[in-house]
Every structure is written in C-alpha cells, then in structure tokens.
Design a binder for this molecule. Structure first.
Ligand code: C2E
Ligand code: MG
Ligand code: MG
Length: 281
C-alpha cells in the first residue's frame, strides 16, 4: 500500500515478499536504534578533502556508521531516513557534531596540521529549537575554533521554512563556521539559494563527476558551476573523484578542493590518522 501511495492516489502494487522483508528490517532498525547511541554502536569514518593546489589534506568529511550488533556495519543512507522519521536524528546529529569537533581539536592538540571537519546536517536539525546555541556550546566545550568546522546542508532544507533557514545560516556564517551546499545540482538548484543562503562552499555532486571525461553535457555543467562559484567567491569542492583523469580534469579547471576514492575512501579514526601530516613531515 505504501509503495502504491508513493505514485499517487488510486494506484496499486502487487504484494512482493521483498517489500515485507524491507518493512521488517526497517522496524528492527527503528527499535534497535533507540539504544544504539548508549551502546556505543555509532562511529564516524573520516574521508580526506584535498587542497588541489598543495595536494595536501585540507579538511575531512565526517561520515556516520552504525555497527549493528546483528546486521554488522550499516551505511547512513539506510538508517538516517529512519532516524529522521522517529525523531532520533536530533540526538544522533548532536553526537556526530560533538564527536567530530572534539576529535578535530584532539588532532590539533596532538600536533597534526590543522584541518576543518565537515559535518552533514539533516533538515530537522537546522529547524530544531536552539540549534545555534547547541553549536556554540559544542564549540565552547570542545574549544574548536569555528573556522575548523564546516556544516553541510542540502537543498532539501529549504523546502519548508525558507526564511527561517536563511536566518539560521546567516548566524552560523557570522560565527565563522563554513557552510557547504552538498550534492549541488541534484535538488532544486535554485539560484535563489546561492543568492540568499550564507554559504561558503559548493560541493558538486558526484553524478556530474563520474563521467566528466566521457559526457560532454556533464563536462559543460561542471565548468559552468565552477565559473559561477568563482564569480560568487565560493569555494568549490568536487565529490566522488575516482580516477586520475577526473582529478586532472578538475585540477586543470581550477576546482579548489577534491574528495573521492581516488584519494581515499572514508576511513575509521586510526586509519585516517595515518594519512594526516604533522608539520615537518
Ligand atoms: P554525502 O554527504 O554526499 O557524502 C558523500 C558520500 O559519498 C559518502 O557516502 C561517501 O562514502 C561517498 N563517496 C565518497 N567518495 C566517493 C567516490 O569516489 N565514489 C563513490 N561512489 N562514493 C563516494 P556515505 O558515507 O554512505 O554517506 C551517504 C550520505 O549519508 C551522505 O552523503 C550524507 O548525506 C549522509 N550522511 C552521512 N553521515 C551523516 C550524518 O552524520 N548526518 C546526516 N544527517 N547525514 C549523514
Ligand atoms: Mg556531505
Ligand atoms: Mg554529497
């Protein structure tokens, strides 16, 4: 019934056992999620973001993982939507933000070259009451300077509460935090967002990158996004760089930051630390 409803009223769908299995799995995830934070089942993987000019790690993206006691490691695409539906996203999101900021400050204190950490936000977090206060408290508690934190939002945040979100982003930027518009080009891509949102970074979605050397349309779109970003004085990050050719193409076109399997997959903490540099390395 739910699957039919997605396609509008007066629709139907044949019963498929796989749908049932999916629902059972989602219900299991929902109920087991309630204890997952307390049980320490969540962890953060870190994926490096490379400065194209210096070819050094300039930042990293914090990507959430759930090590489920029965199902093993689960990716965020599977459980973030459930956490948004059951409301746990605000608690989980706070944990991610706190842990990523604390970890970044720990790296700085142990002598690694300072980098920024990018944390993904769900729309529900941004409209949560006292979100700005929560971010300020976390920065104060962890003693991380705001310039070393980037918050990633997607265009979907603005479907509702456009004016409210515009105000929140303005305040975050004034605090000195970087704001990235993630998956750029896949959502509404309204130029009004670029005009009115206080963003500092555009992340070009990997669907435009994966065939940039074979698909003249994607190639042209990426060049246009780069030109637009430059004119708007935004930092441009390309996501999903998987090959040397893609890296070279984007480097030659002046993309500022690159992220993707070509440099490294998202890594657990200790493996990521092996990639990081200390001054003099
Ligand atoms: P995203 O923010 O666009 O993150 C990038 C995703 O692309 C990550 O998937 C990463 O593993 C993957 N990726 C990176 N480089 C490459 C590449 O070269 N090739 C390919 N094929 N993929 C690449 P992941 O970790 O599964 O995360 C999926 C999405 O889940 C993220 O997309 C983000 O929207 C969401 N997410 C992750 N962590 C959090 C979180 O803490 N909070 C919230 N609200 N969402 C999160
Ligand atoms: Mg992201
Ligand atoms: Mg993305």
């Amino acid at each position: 019934m739910q699957k039919a409803k997605v396609h509008g009223r007066d629709n139907f769908n044949f019963y498929e056992p796989s749908i049932n299995e999916l629902l059972v799995e989602q219900m299991n995830l929902d109920s087991s999620m309630h204890h997952a934070l307390d049980n320490g089942e969540f962890s953060i993987y870190y994926q490096p973001q490379m400065d194209t000019r210096t070819q050094e790690i300039i930042g990293c993206e914090a990507l959430l993982r759930w090590n489920h006691p029965e199902l093993g490691m689960i990716g965020p695409n599977e459980f973030i939507p459930i956490s948004e539906a059951n409301g746990l996203i605000t608690l989980i999101g706070r944990w991610v933000l706190y842990t990523a900021c604390m970890q970044n400050k720990l790296w700085q204190d142990s002598g690694f070259k300072p980098i920024f950490v990018s944390v993904n936000l769900s729309p529900a977090q941004l409209i949560q009451e006292n979100f700005i206060d929560m971010v300020s408290e976390i920065l104060e508690e962890t003693k991380l300077l705001p310039e070393y934190l980037e918050l990633e939002i997607t265009e979907s945040v603005a479907v509702k509460n456009y004016d409210y979100i515009t105000g929140i982003l303005e305040k975050l930027k004034k605090m000195g935090i970087r704001i990235a518009l993630d998956d750029f080009g896949t959502g509404y891509s309204s130029l009004n967002y670029l005009k009115n949102f206080a963003i500092t970074t555009l992340k070009i979605d990997r669907s435009f990158i994966h065939d940039i050397n074979e698909n003249p349309k994607n190639s042209a779109i990426v060049s246009s996004i780069l030109a637009m970003g430059r004119n708007l004085k935004l930092c441009i990050t390309a996501e999903g760089i998987e090959t040397k050719e893609q890296y070279e193409t984007l480097r030659d076109r002046g993309c500022d930051i690159m992220q993707g399997f070509y440099f490294s997959k998202p890594l657990p903490l200790h493996e990521f630390e092996k990639l990081m540099k200390k001054p003099g390395d």
